[in-house]
Design a protein around this ligand. Structure first.
Ligand code: S3P
Length: 434
């Protein structure tokens, strides 16, 4: 795709929404499939990743019907899954694969989980190791992995890597183990699994640094709506902040605090951002608050992102790197090692494009230092088939001097279908995308 900025200063006043939250959409299919009820999920994210989760559960014998913006799942209970025919294919989706490894650990059949080239290189030992301690049996530490379900024992486990996917896989397996399974975390990670399971009546206890679950007899899942994805909204927030004179309201975005690390960082940088609550946590069927987020163009100063903040903004670091590259002064990010094991090594994929555009970036060990420049130059940018890298490239290109070429935008459908159409509508003739 070619991005041709027609105006040097970008001006707009917009009000919009973003598609449903990816993490919550995945979990909505997992827990509805295991519930005793027929559940209607509104504002489901029909992206490539979430479609892999739907297909996986259809393969496990669950009836799932999709309409324009909702999904209806006929749950079969915690013991209702049946042996799949062929592999369960997770595509590019780490959440599908890792949560599924947890669930299949407890079934009374064998199954194989496979994925695309990127997912087959991503570490799975972080889940197979604790699940193995619970009694599950795996062949392989990288996909494809064969899982032989077993009767599970509970564990008391301290997360080695700060990962919500690992924590979720253990909690899902913990629903089937006799006794109390506890996951301790040194750093907070996103907590959708425990919020949703608690709302659906599972015996979950949530404390500051430990989450535990007891053997679960049934899940009572009621109809609910998925809030907008804060990680997708982050790209529109960045677009507005970098514009000369702009204002945007992104309506109905999930504001779970474990997802808002990027807003805290941006506020430290001087960003003008207001949140107007539309749904309180206590009024949400799934314990997930949401808000309208209003942003106004701002002059940004560099900041330091501490390592304990990383899990709370891991998916937003790519777009934050761009904002650091155009902020005044220096920004430091401590310990980006987890960013290297995402859909791509995002330290390399995102920063190599920004460097090519003239950004001042240094990496030392696991840390990143970025010194702001006034403007980036256009360039030939590579997406590496990574949705978030592709979206950073596009936003960077909107503010660059000259016309940029981006090799692959198809991969954006993994998390944010309609992203380019949204930009076209917000920016109208100020930028040409073709
Ligand atoms: C996710 C957790 C995060 C995030 C991923 C989705 C989830 O991964 O990067 O996009 O749905 O639980 P980790 O928890 O493994 O870092």
């Amino acid at each position: 795709m070619i991005v041709k900025p027609a105006a040097e200063s970008i001006v707009f006043n917009a009000s919009t929404t973003v598609p449903g939250d990816k993490s919550i959409s995945h979990r909505s299919i997992f827990f509805s499939s295991l519930s005793e009820n027929t559940v209607r999920i509104e504002n489901f994210l029909f992206s490539e990743d979430c479609l892999r989760t739907i297909e996986a559960f259809i393969n496990l014998g669950i009836e799932i019907n999709c309409s324009d913006s909702s999904v209806t799942v006929t749950g079969k209970g915690l013991q209702g899954l049946s042996k799949p025919s062929g592999n369960i294919y997770a595509g590019n989706s780490g959440t599908t694969a890792r949560l599924m490894l947890g669930l299949l650990s407890a079934q009374n059949f064998k199954a194989v989980i496979s994925g695309d080239e990127s997912l087959s290189k991503r570490p799975m030992k972080r889940v197979t190791e604790p699940l193995g301690e619970m009694g599950a049996d795996f062949k392989g530490n990288f996909l494809p992995i064969e899982v032989k379900g077993s009767r599970l024992r509970p564990i008391d486990y301290r997360l080695v890597v700060a990962s919500a996917q690992v924590k979720s896989a253990i909690l899902i397996a913990g629903m089937y183990a006799d006794g109390v399974t506890a996951v301790h975390q040194d750093y907070k990670t996103r907590d959708h699994t425990e919020r949703m399971l608690k709302s659906f009546g599972a015996p979950v206890s949530i404390a500051e640094s430990v989450v535990s679950i007891s053997k679960t007899d049934y899940l009572n899942v009621v109809d609910f709506a998925v809030p907008g994805d804060a990680s997708s909204a982050a790209f529109l927030v960045a677009l507005c902040l970098l514009s000369s004179k702009a204002k945007i309201t992104v309506r109905n975005v999930g504001i779970n605090p474990t997802r808002l690390g990027f807003i805290n960082v941006l506020k430290r940088m001087g960003a003008k951002i207001d949140l107007n609550i539309v749904l309180k946590e206590s009024d949400s069927e799934i314990g997930e608050p949401s808000a309208d987020i209003t942003v106004t163009s701002s002059n940004l100063q560099g900041t330091t992102v501490r390592k304990e903040e990383i899990p709370l903004l891991i998916d937003e670091l790519p777009i934050l790197f761009l904002l650091f590259a155009l902020a005044e002064g220096r920004s430091y990010v401590e310990n980006v090692s987890e960013l290297k094991v995402k859909e791509t090594d995002r330290v390399n994929s995102v920063l190599s494009n920004l460097r090519r555009m003239g950004a001042d970036v240094e990496t030392t060990g696991e840390d990143v230092k970025i010194t702001g420049v006034d403007r980036l130059n256009a360039g030939e940018l590579l997406s590496f088939s990574d949705h978030r890298t592709a979206m950073v490239n596009i936003i960077a290109a909107v503010f660059a001097k000259g016309n940029s070429y981006i090799d692959d935008i198809e991969c954006i459908n993994i998390s944010y279908p309609g992203f380019v159409a949204e930009l076209k509508s917000i920016l109208s003739d100020q930028v040409e995308f073709r």
